[in-house]
Design a protein around this ligand. Structure first.
Ligand code: PLP
Length: 453
């Protein structure tokens, strides 16, 4: 689409975008007939690929039956059925679902819910939230305040809430020489306790984190034991644990909830992308029974709300998606292993690949200028943008991002292919990605090595 004639306020106003006209399993098809292999499900959204007949049918049927009913007047069958379904497969203790329309809305609701929970129990001073640097929680102001990407925050600093941040759990760069993985995890988790003590436990309402950090770091899981220690610290100080599984949840890492692999259950969990798989905009906040009980026996209502909460068509789509996803989980794990092995084979020895990481079909590749020192490329080179461009030129969609280390420095590529991907398509994703990485890094090396005059 020509950026000079389009009236859409595109993400980048000087860029020309292909026009997507159709989807076909793991492919998106553009108006010029080109087929793009969707190696990242957009931004880890399209976990069932495109044009899935069962989901399309569920949406059609629901929109023809009941398109909308405002939740302050009525509930709806799809919302009730989806909540039953989600709670039937939720981490221990989560009993209710607050529906929203996406990830950021979910984060906003979770933060308010945590503060209201403490107020309902006679602790109105417990209002502060702790989050982690380098996390991403969304772009609305509350979610951006919780997020730890310094570049995203900087321009809007004057609008942000006063949320404090502890260091991220980032083994590749953070673990000291000679330090065991376990000791590293405990050291990082203990930062939470120090921060709670610094603020006074009486003032801290909640801690929010992504179990596997997605967009801003590139599929970085916490090390074993980290989240368990975080859970203990939260319990010790009556601080709610909010897990943001907007990107890593709903099967993406090989288990329905990413936190299952860490052996912890949160007090509040936010899910979104894989919930509706892109067939409808929907997010959900899964809430522990004791939070619901405190609000029910206190004021009786959560002081929040949006027009499209529990939208019947979105809920019907998400219910159909969930029924498709669960039987695919073993496949996600097997494909995930295969994807990791292929990446290792093709890129493991690449001079500019520093780290390959992730879980299930959620994989990250961190690019570096020098493997030994882990030095990143100069951010001015915008290596991540070049990888995206080179991949698109090869008919592949992946999700690269810069600022991996501190919001400014570092580049990574995120892969999140659909769960229905076939072996040959995984091969093609890795082949095309490797060619794109080769081309982009070679150009960046050449540019770096040209002496400035
Ligand atoms: C972990 C996480 N939380 C929240 C969000 C925000 O979701 P949305 O873009 O649907 O508002 C995202 C989006 O990428 C995310 O990855």
């Amino acid at each position: 689409m020509d950026p000079t004639t389009s009236h859409v306020f595109h993400r980048h106003l000087r860029q020309t975008y292909p026009v997507a006209v159709a989807g076909d399993g793991p492919y998106l098809i553009a108006s010029d007939g080109r087929r793009y292999l969707d190696g990242s499900g957009g931004a880890a959204v399209s976990c069932l690929g495109h044009g899935h007949p069962a989901i399309v049918a569920a949406v059609r049927e629901q929109v023809a039956t009941l398109e909308y009913a405002h939740t302050s007047f009525m509930t709806s069958e799809p919302a009730e059925a989806l909540a039953d379904d989600l709670i039937g497969h939720a981490p221990a203790g989560l009993s209710h679902v607050y529906f929203v329309s996406g990830g950021s809305e979910g984060v906003e609701a979770a933060l308010k819910m945590a503060v209201q929970y403490h107020a309902e129990r006679g602790r109105p001073q417990k209002t502060r939230v702790v989050a982690r640097w380098q996390s991403y929680h969304g772009n609305t102001l509350g979610a951006l305040s919780a997020g730890g990407n310094r570049w995203r925050r900087a321009q809007f600093a004057s609008l942000l809430l006063d949320i404090s941040h502890i260091a991220e759990c980032y083994e590749y760069r953070g673990r000291r020489e000679g330090e065991s993985v376990t000791a590293y995890g405990q050291r990082m988790a203990d930062e939470l306790e120090a921060e709670i003590q610094r603020q006074g436990a009486d003032h801290v309402a909640a801690f929010i984190a992504e179990p596997v950090v997605g967009a801003t770091m590139g599929a970085v899981p916490a090390v074993p034991g980290y989240l368990k220690r975080i859970r203990e610290i939260c319990d010790r100080h009556d601080v709610l644990l909010i897990l943001d599984e907007v990107m890593c949840g709903m099967g993406r890492t090989g288990t329905l909830h990413a936190c299952e692999q860490d052996g912890v259950a949160p007090d509040i969990e936010i899910v979104a992308k894989g919930l509706g798989a892109g067939y409808q905009p929907i997010g959900a906040v899964l809430v522990h029974g004791r939070i619901v009980d405190a609000i029910r026996s206190g004021s009786g209502f959560f002081q929040h709300g949006h027009t499209y909460l529990g939208h019947p068509v979105a809920c019907a789509a998400a219910l159909a998606v969930q029924r498709e996803i669960r039987p695919l989980l073993p496949q996600v794990r097997a494909h995930g292993e295969r994807l990791h092995a292929l990446l290792q084979q093709r890129l493991g020895g690449h001079p500019n690949v520093g780290d390959l990481r992730g879980r299930g079909l959620f994989r990250g590749i961190e690019l570096v200028a020098d493997r030994a020192s882990k030095a990143p490329f100069d951010p001015a080179q915008r290596l991540h943008a070049a990888v995206k461009r080179e991949a698109m030129a090869r008919g592949l969609m992946v999700y690269p991002m810069g600022g991996t280390i501190d919001g400014q420095r570092g580049d990574h590529v995120l892969l999140a292919p659909p769960f229905i991907v076939a072996d040959a398509e995984l091969d093609a994703i890795v082949e095309r990605l490797a060619a794109a990485v080769d081309a982009a890094t070679a150009a960046a090396r050449r540019a770096r090595d040209v002496p400035s005059v």
